[in-house]
Structures are given as C-alpha cells and as structure tokens.
Write a protein that binds this ligand. Structure first.
Ligand code: AMP
Length: 215
C-alpha cells in the first residue's frame, strides 16, 4: 500500500507511520528525518538544509524531490511505503504525480490527520525523544512511568532544535499557508480520508486501519 499522511507538524504522522511500518513492513519515508540525518552527517545537503529547518521554513522543492526519488528507487519500498511530510505544497504534489507516472506507480490513499491548533502547540512544545531508546515522549501527555523509564536507564529527554516556540509558530504558519491547500487538492481527486487525530494513538491507529480497509 502506498500512502501519503497529511497533517500539521505534531499531528502524529510520524507515530502512526511507525506503527504501520512495524505492522505491515511498509517503510516510513519522512523527509524531515532524512533531512535531519543529512544535517547530523554534515553532508552537503545537510549543510544547506540546517539553517532553513532551524528557521521553520521549507527546504527547496528540488532538494526534497531528489531525496524522494532516491528513496522510492530502493527495493524495500516496492510493495508499499508511507510518505510522512511530503508533499508539503502543491508544487511538490505535482512533482510527485509526474515522478510516479514516469515510474508507473500510484498512491493508494491520502490520509489527513486532523488536529486542533492548541493541541498541536502542546504536542510540539512538549515533544521529546529518549536518548537511549529513541522512544518519542511528551512531557505533558506521556505517562510518568515512561518518562521515568528513560531517565532511570540513563537517558536524556532530547528536544528537536526546531521544537522551540518561535520556530513552532513559524512551522504552523508555513503549514497553514503552503501545506493545508493540499487537503482541497486531494479532496478534489476523491482520494482523501480525514481522521480526527486528537484521540489517543491507539484509537487513531484503529481508525487509520479502517480507512485503509485493513480491519
Ligand atoms: P518534519 O520533521 O516533517 O516536521 O520536518 C522538519 C523540517 O524539515 C521542516 O520544517 C522543513 O524545514 C523540512 N522539511 C521536511 N519535509 C519537507 C518537505 N517535503 N519540503 C520542504 N521542507 C521539508
């Protein structure tokens, strides 16, 4: 199954994509993760992208298209994948259509994870990753035992450099301006499924499976 997960930063795209990946083996393709990986390796691409990411702006369409092209050419994506964070504007969606028609590939589902603005802010400002387990946590929402588990195993609660209030505000503005028109774009193509993603992870996941006609 080839899936696009749409939604604002903090909507839970990464969390849901990871669940799908572990249950069905379709790799999560997160352009944000791939860019952060390039930044941490200090590659040419990473050096170009770092200041743009830290300001909350979008990296150029050409750059992310190259990343996507390379990733979907890898064999583990042939039976399916989950696009998380791409496309991020109409031009990227059009680029994707051209790329896929040249590869005779087709997106099966576009799923929009819908979350209210105030909840997004709390999810993003509270988001942390355990330095030992890599587990995603939230200082406002995660059970205390999960936070203690990380600390007691010698871990630190790491915060993404773009998860500070100023950059978060900018990322949400960019989302509203550039990414949210994609909802309309895919609705008109009659391939959009909307899920209320304010509920617990498990509940959202089970709705996601229903929309994929899996459960
Ligand atoms: P994310 O992890 O999806 O929130 O992405 C983090 C940052 O990476 C974004 O704020 C952008 O700067 C950059 N980024 C990720 N995906 C894209 C994309 N499809 N187009 C442009 N920039 C992107």
């Amino acid at each position: 199954m080839k899936i696009i997960l749409l939604g604002a930063p903090g909507a839970g795209k990464g969390t849901q994509a990871k669940r799908l990946e572990s249950d069905f083996g379709w790799p999560q393709i997160s352009t944000g993760d791939l860019l952060r990986d390039a930044v941490s390796k200090k590659s040419k691409l990473g050096l170009k992208a770092k200041s743009i990411i830290d300001r909350g702006n979008l990296v150029s369409n050409d750059l992310v298209l190259e990343i996507i092209k390379e990733r979907v050419a890898q064999e583990d994506t042939f039976s399916g994948f989950i696009l998380d964070g791409f496309p991020r504007n109409i031009d990227q969606a059009l680029d994707l259509e051209i790329l896929f028609s040249s590869l005779s590939k087709k997106i099966d589902r576009v799923i929009y994870l819908k979350v209210d603005h105030d909840i997004l802010m709390k999810r993003l400002t509270g988001r942390r990753t355990c330095s030992v387990t890599g587990k995603l946590l939230n200082i406002y929402f995660s059970p205390q035992r999960d936070i203690d588990e990380c600390i007691n195993s010698g871990g630190k609660l790491l915060q993404r450099s773009d998860d500070n209030e100023e950059t978060i505000g900018k990322r949400l503005d960019v989302y509203n301006l550039e990414t949210s028109p994609l909802i309309d774009f895919y609705e008109k193509k009659e391939c959009l499924f909307v899920i209320s993603a304010e509920n617990e992870v498990e509940k959202v996941y089970s709705e996601l499976l229903v929309s994929l006609e899996i459960s």
